[in-house]
Design a protein around this ligand. Sequence first.
Ligand code: APR
Length: 235
Amino acid sequence: MKKIVIFTGAGISEESGIKTFRASDGLWEEFNIARVATPQGWREDYKLVLGFYNKLRKKVIDASPNLAHIGLAQLEKNYDVTIITQNIDNFHERAGSTKVLHLHGEIMKSRSSLYPDLIYNIKGSKLKNGDKCEMGFQLRPHIVWFGEKVKNIDIANEIVSTADIFIIIGTSLNVYPAAGLIDFVPREIPKYLIDPNDSNICEVANLTIIKEKAIKGVAELSKSLTKDIVSSIVP
Ligand code: APR
C-alpha cells in the first residue's frame, strides 16, 4: 500500500466551528499568547490558563469532526495513512483515523506540572485547581506551549521522509519546528496543499495547490487519489 502522510493545522477544524489562531477573528486576537500558552503564563496565573483550556475543551467536546476529517479517515481503505497534526483537538481520532501524531499536545489530556511523563485522560471538560498527579502535584494541560520542546518532531520528520504522497491541510506554516516538516519530504513525491487563502509556502517541487476549504479540498483530492488506485488495479 502506498504511504500517505498528511500534515494538518487549525484550518481543518475551522468548518467544525473551532477558531483558527491567526485569522482576523482568530484565537490569538482574542487571547494573549503570553498569558495562556507559555510556561511563564502558567507560573503567573495557572487558574487563568486552566480556565482558557477548559473553555476550549468544552468547545471541542460540543463540536464534531467534519467531512474533511472523515474523508482523511476513509483514505485508510486504500492507503497506509499517517496524520501528523498541530491541532490539539481529537477530531481526527473521532473521525476514525487510526494513526495520528500530535505535535503540540492533546486537549483531552493532562499531565503532572512536575513530572511531564505522568499523562492522564481528562474525563469531561474541566481540569480544576487541586486536580493532582499521583505524586501530589497540580495537573496542567498536556499542551506544548511556546518555548517548550516539541517532543514528537524527530519522529514526525522520520515519518514524512518515508511518504509516497504528502498532503498539507489548513496551516499557515508559521510555527517551527512543525512548519519545517516540509524540508524532510522527499523532493520527487507528489505534494498537495489545501487552503482557501494564499500560502507562504515557497519553492516546493511537485506541489499542487488546491485553493479550497478543507471539506471541498479533501473531497476533490480523495476522488483523484481513489481514481489513481482504481486505474492502477484495472489498467
Ligand atoms: N479549510 C482549510 N484551511 C483553512 C480553513 C478551512 N476552512 N480556514 C482557514 N484555513 C487556513 C488559513 O488560511 C491558515 O493558513 O488554515 C490556516 C490556519 O493558520 P493558523 O491559524 O496559523 O493555525 P496553524 O497553522 O494550525 O497554527 C500552528 O500555531 O499557535 C500555534 O500551537 C498553535 O498549532 C498551532 C500553531
